[in-house]
Design a protein around this ligand. Structure first.
Ligand SMILES: [Zn+2]
Ligand SMILES: [Zn+2]
Ligand SMILES: [Zn+2]
Length: 299
């Protein structure tokens, strides 16, 4: 005697798998928060509290709301990348949009962007050598000085008309975008020494092609330059990666030296990887049918 038993394969396998994915995400986020708290030398609770306040502050500034309003509409729980949508919808609707309205609009914007990207034929050369050339370290140097930094560079320019016209355009744009307000030679020297742009010049650098290129060039020169007498020694870096502690003097120096800041961070990460390793990023399971199980996931 045989009996046929109807089972739903998907129900049996999909739900537990999706629950596992959810657990993995929670573990991932928890560990990542612990690491950030540890990096700042504060407890997890303090870190979460500070993050929450920071987020409310950011959202209310961005949207021109009081902190209470931001919390009331739960805008502080939205990713920062969608705040522009909240702003736009508020103007369009003449009232504060709901979370659903925000997500619908976000979906639509994303679809539009995809369509737009598909309609642009890629004029960029996809030859990896050309891409490395155009986005490599040496390009900025040529754009600023007009002199090929090495033989390899001149060879590519001589052989590749696309890259040649690309870099000539950039050079011209660099020369033409210079204004009276641009970075001075002294300011460039400061960037070469510290790796940081002057605080009050951030806005200008961000919007001026001339200064952005100059800044990138000086920053690279800083990062590949000679260590100063106050720079972190190998011994100090070793201490950081074995104990996680950054000496106070080093912290002071790091405020004015991007290279040491990066080095200390790298070594602190090595230390943290040993103490609190970050789990692997969870895989997204059952992409095509997961939406059908959304309701049952909450129960
Ligand atoms: Zn090329
Ligand atoms: Zn400028
Ligand atoms: Zn240094």
């Amino acid at each position: 005697m045989y009996r046929f038993v109807r089972t739903n394969f998907a129900d049996e396998f999909v739900l537990p798998q999706l629950r596992q994915e959810k657990d993995e995400w929670e573990a991932y986020c928890y560990t990542s928060e612990c690491r950030k708290a540890m990096k700042l030398g504060i407890s997890l609770e303090e870190y979460r509290k500070a993050r929450k306040e920071e987020e409310i502050q950011y959202v209310s500034e961005r949207l021109g709301l009081s902190p209470e309003e931001a919390v009331e509409h739960e805008y502080d729980k939205l990713p920062r990348s969608v705040l522009y949508i909240v702003k736009k919808l508020t103007e369009e609707l003449g009232r504060k949009p709901t979370r659903d309205e925000i997500w619908v609009k976000e979906r639509k914007d994303l679809d539009d962007l995809k369509k737009c990207m598909m309609s642009i034929s890629l004029e960029e050369s996809d030859n990896p050598e050309c891409l490395a050339f155009r986005y490599g370290n040496l390009c900025d140097e040529y754009i600023v000085t007009g002199v090929a930094p090495n033989r390899e560079f001149s060879r590519h320019l001589a052989e590749c008309s696309e890259c040649l016209s690309h870099i000539m355009e950039s050079r011209e744009r660099f020369l033409n975008s210079k204004s009276l307000n641009c970075l001075t030679a002294d300011e460039c020297d400061t960037i070469r020494i510290s790796g940081f742009g002057p605080r009050d010049r951030k806005d200008h650098i961000g919007t001026c092609y001339h200064c952005l290129t100059l800044f990138r060039k000086c920053e690279k020169e800083h990062l590949s330059g000679q260590l100063g007498s106050e720079c972190l020694t190998k011994d100090t870096l070793h201490t950081i990666h074995t104990t996680g502690d950054i000496p106070e003097v080093s912290k002071e120096h790091m405020k004015n030296c991007l290279r040491c800041q990066k080095a200390a961070e790298k070594h602190k990460d090595i230390y943290m990887d040993a103490i609190i390793p970050l789990p692997k990023l969870p895989k997204t399971r059952f992409k095509s049918i997961r939406d059908n199980y959304k309701d049952r996931m909450t129960t």
